[in-house]
Design a protein around this ligand. Structure first.
Ligand code: HEC
Length: 137
């Protein structure tokens, strides 16, 4: 098959332009991330707090950070408060104690007891689940 010289020139030209465009966009991305993170730290990952559900979003946080003292098996000896029982959890959400405890507002004991505060993202997730009505979903 014969390829015309003009066709080859056109293909080469297109590739050249595409290459420039993509290199330029990379350069821009890098400049942007450097400006946002002057120390070269990775950009903070966005915290998704939309449509938070009990099973998928809240339960994993409680299991990892609270069940040591607040599960059905541990609460009797460790806290006296069974947050694995949904109705108890919902009551603590409704009376404000759950949010106050993780936000360290000073109204109730700061939680998790004896451990660093939850990440802002985890706090916001629980907050938004409560705002949606603290549903058992
Ligand atoms: C190391 C044990 C421990 C861990 C872990 C822990 N708690 Fe507690 N929690 C306690 C104890 C003990 C109490 C009861 C004494 C008190 O309120 O100071 C309590 C009380 C509470 C109360 C009731 C506060 C009030 O005054 O009404 C809430 C709400 C609570 N915890 C939420 C949590 C949440 C949410 C987590 C996880 C993010 C968590 N706790 C992790 C030990 C713990």
């Amino acid at each position: 098959m014969m390829i015309k010289k003009e066709t080859l020139t056109a293909i080469a030209g297109t590739l050249f332009i595409l290459g420039c465009l993509s290199m330029n966009s990379c350069k821009k991305d890098n400049e942007e991330s450097l400006r946002n993170n002057p120390n070269g730290e990775p950009p903070p990952t966005a915290c998704d707090t939309v449509g938070m559900k009990y099973q998928a979003n809240v339960l994993p946080i409680l299991t990892a950070n609270c069940y040591k003292c607040h599960s059905a098996n541990t609460y009797r000896t460790n806290s006296g408060l069974n947050l694995e029982d949904f109705n108890t959890l919902k009551a603590e959400a409704a009376n404000g104690a759950l949010l106050s405890s993780i936000k360290h507002t000073g109204t109730v004991s700061p939680m998790p007891m004896g451990a660093p505060q939850l990440s802002e993202c985890d706090i916001n997730k629980i907050d938004s689940w409560i705002k949606r009505g603290a549903l058992n979903n």
